[in-house]
Every structure is written in C-alpha cells, then in structure tokens.
Design a protein around this ligand. Structure first.
Ligand code: SAM
Ligand code: SF4
Length: 440
C-alpha cells in the first residue's frame, strides 16, 4: 500500500486489548509490519491501516472491542482507502460472523495468522479477508518483536493451552499448547540484554507446562539465568498443577528468578474447582503454596479469582473468602463469571444473578484491598532492590520501579540514577497498591 499524497510508508495504528500475551503479540505484529515497510501512527486519524488486537476472555471485553471497531469504521466515510482489521481472540471467537456484525471490516485474522498480515494488507480487493485457521506448529520463533522501551520486556515462550477449564475460551481462540524452541528464547533474551533490557517476563497461558524436547520449564529458567545482562526473570501465568519440583528447585536455585508467583486459584471451593475442571483441590493448592513459601524466602503471591461461576452458592463463595484470608495473597485479579460460547460450561448458562455476582465481586475486592494493605505494610523498614523504570507519576524528582516481589516502589531520585539501574531502598510507608521508600 502506498500513501497517496506523500509516498511516505503506509502508517499502521494498532490498539491492544487484554492480557500480556496480547501486548506481546502486538509487539510481534509491529515487528512483522515494520519489516514489510509499514510505519506506526500514534492516532487512528493519521493511519492508513487500523488494527485492533482483541480479547475474548469475558463478554464485556469483547463488546468493548466491537464498540470501538464501529466507532473507527466511521473514519472510512471520509477516507475510503483506510483499511480496518480485527485481530486476536475476538477475531478467532467470532470468525466470519464478524464481517456481518461489523460492516467496513477489511480483515479478520486470528492469533496464528500474523505472519501473513503484510500479504493480507497488500491485497487490494472489495471482499474482506478472513483468516482464522489455527496452526499447531506456529510459534513465531525467531520473528523479532518490536519490544517497547524500558528495562522490562515480555518474551512469549509458549502459545495456546491444552487445559480446557470449563469457563475458559482460550484453548478455542488460541489453539493447542506449543512451546517456542529454547534456542530461539535464549537468542531473544540475549538480544534484549544487549539492547538494555534487564528484566524479562516469560509468557504462556500455562507457562510452567513449557516443554521442547528435553527442555522443560525449570531447565529453561536456568538457561535464561545464565545470560549476562539479564538481571531479573519473571513468568506468568503458571498453572498450579504444572508446578513441578524441578520448577520450584530452579526458582529457588537461580537468584535471578524473582520471588513472586502469580498462581491463579479461581475458587476456594472444591465443588467449584471440580466444576471448573481446574485439576486440583483446595488442599493441593494450599500445600503448593506452602512448598513455594518454604523454598523461596520473601515470596509474594498473587492470584486470579472468578465469582459467580455456574452453581456457586453462598457456601462456595465463603470458601473462596476463607482461602483468600488463609493464603494472604499480595494482590488478586477478581472477575465476575462471564458465560462464553464454545466453552464446556457454555450450555449450562448462568445460575448466579448479575446482582449477586456484583455483590460477591465487591466483597472480594474489599477483602483483597485490606489483605494487600497488610502485606504491603509488612514491607515497612525492609530494604529492597528496585529496578528503576523512570520518573514516578507523582513527579517531584521521585523515581518508580518494582521490588523483587513485583510491588511498585516510589522513592526520591539521586543524581545519575535512571531507568535500568537497580537501587537499594528502605520502605517507609505503604498503601494497598504501592510502597514509598527512601534510598537505603
Ligand atoms: N492461563 C491462565 C490461568 O489458567 O491461570 C489465565 C488465563 S485468563 C487470560 C486470565 C483469567 O481470566 C483467568 O485466570 C480467569 O480468572 C479469568 N477468566 C477466564 N475465563 C473467564 C470467564 N469466562 N469469566 C470470568 N473470568 C474468566
Ligand atoms: Fe484458560 Fe484454564 Fe488454559 Fe488458563 S489453564 S488459559 S484458565 S483453559
């Protein structure tokens, strides 16, 4: 495509919704399109191509993306040459139906179709292109992503999911589990280190199920820990059932692996965990928490919780509340259950009213706020290493970064200290969302 007036490279405006995997995919897409001769536009009004990379995990997320799409489609009235594409999980979830739902759409491409984006965008034509084939072999290994600026970068190490939890659309929209070859992961981490990145966050829907030939997730952690320049390693999200002794040993043995685990539990009721097909019991989850805490001193834990899944009664909900109190998570993402087409629980529908779900959600949010505050207050007077990300939003010469426990710490800057440096700080006060510190 050529820009008609300036002959400058065609410009792409890309908007991203959803989880870290989608952010990482957008970096991949930007890399693919840049190498194909596209530039980036900061505003949709300036673009020749508008792409939305979407999330289908809950109905609300999907509706948001479709609403935005119809807003953006209006730009086409003034600029008929503008091309509009919907990418990612909503594209995969709705497939060809989208073309009827969203007039003005030129391209619908699922998460395994990004390699062919330049080809699709280059095809002039009147009929929309729909490519939503899932490809069990596609890992995009070796296709460089355009990582954002800053000392931290996402590295996708596996794609898809084989777990089929009853509520979840991910295996249907992202396809079956596959791991990126370890040499490609290591090469990407080395290049990131050379470009100034100090911390990598390894991504996968069940990241600790990573396996490529003989290399499992524990081995992969050790390989990345051996890279000079990478100072911190994190990963998200591990599945409780894939947290093998080998993974815990690697986390404990490698100082670069940071003491924070995001370990989604979803519910504190065994009855719900069975219905959700999560593959573990509350007792097994608690035992895993104990093993992790024993192996990794100063460990922070966060989680995902769903309230109002089909069949959840007051007792089930109280069991979730009790589990949250017992574990004392440092933070939690909490969601109202949203029925998703294609999933195993879809045909069951909803049994908990919207009002009840909203009430349960407010209760777990309020509880988590108080637990997070207590966990953060327990940090007061401790000295923690902070990887500096840059000036804090509150200004006044303050810097901001993350502690090893992935808590945001804000502290007064000192001359010469900037993004990518590590500073030892002493925590002096805490809220439920952040820590305030002074140089140690
Ligand atoms: N793979 C990760 C795991 O198993 O923990 C998480 C994947 S998902 C992108 C992130 C979170 O969204 C899940 O942990 C779950 O709490 C939530 N989620 C998934 N499906 C949902 C649904 N249908 N309704 C509400 N929340 C949902
Ligand atoms: Fe969804 Fe379960 Fe897979 Fe996580 S493990 S992505 S919740 S199916």
């Amino acid at each position: 495509m050529e820009h008609p007036e300036t002959k400058a490279p065609p410009l792409v405006y890309l908007e991203t919704y959803g989880c870290q995997m989608n952010i990482a995919d957008s970096e991949l897409i930007t890399g693919i399109l840049r190498r194909a001769g596209y530039g980036s536009a900061a505003r949709p009004e300036d673009a020749d191509v508008i792409l939305l990379n979407t999330c289908a995990i809950r109905e609300h997320a999907e509706e948001r993306a479709l609403g935005r799409l119809s807003d953006l489609a209006r730009l086409k009235h003034r600029r008929p040459n503008l091309r509009l594409g919907l990418l990612g999980c909503v594209a995969q979830h709705n497939r060809a139906r989208l073309v009827e739902k969203a007039p003005g759409l030129d391209l619908v491409a699922g998460p395994d179709s990004y390699r062919r984006l330049p080809e699709f965008l280059g095809q002039a034509g009147f009929d929309p292109i729909v490519d939503v084939r899932l490809d069990r072999g596609e890992t995009y290994a070796g296709l460089g992503a355009d990582h954002g600026v800053g000392p931290r970068a996402y590295v996708t190490v596996m794609r898809g999911c084989d777990r089929f939890c009853a509520f979840c659309v991910v295996p249907y929209v992202r396809g079956r589990e596959r791991s990126v070859p370890p040499d490609a992961v290591v090469r990407e981490c080395r290049e990131l280190a050379a470009s100034g990145v100090r911390e990598v966050i390894l991504l996968g829907q069940t990241v600790n199920a990573y396996r490529f030939a003989e290399v499992d997730f524990g081995r992969l952690l050790r390989m990345i820990a051996a890279i000079d320049g990478i100072e911190r390693i994190r990963f998200t999200s591990p599945h409780p059932s894939d947290m093998s002794a080998g993974v815990i040993e690697a986390m404990a043995a490698e100082a670069k692996v940071q003491p924070h685990v995001h370990l989604p539990v979803q519910s504190g009721s065994d009855r719900m965990l069975v219905a959700m097909e999560r593959g573990y019991t509350v007792a097994q989850y608690l035992e895993l928490v104990q093993r992790l805490r024993r192996a990794i001193p100063g460990l922070a834990l966060s989680t995902d919780i769903i309230v109002g899944f089909y069949g959840e009664d007051e007792d089930d909900f109280e069991a979730t509340v009790a589990l949250m109190r017992e574990v004392g998570f440092d933070s939690a993402f909490t969601f109202k259950y949203s029925v998703r087409e294609h999933t195993r629980a879809y045909r069951l529908g909803d049994s908990v009213s919207e009002a009840e779900k909203a009430q349960r959600l407010s209760a777990v949010i309020a509880l988590q706020e108080s637990i997070s505050l207590a966990r953060n207050q327990a940090e007061i007077s401790k000295v923690r290493d902070v990887l500096v990300e840059g000036p804090a939003r509150r200004g006044g010469g303050m810097l901001s970064g993350k502690t090893p426990q992935f808590k945001t710490a804000v502290f007064p800057g000192t001359p010469g200290l900037g993004a990518g440096d590590t500073a030892a700080v002493r925590i002096v006060s805490a809220s439920s969302h952040s820590l305030t510190a002074i140089p140690a």
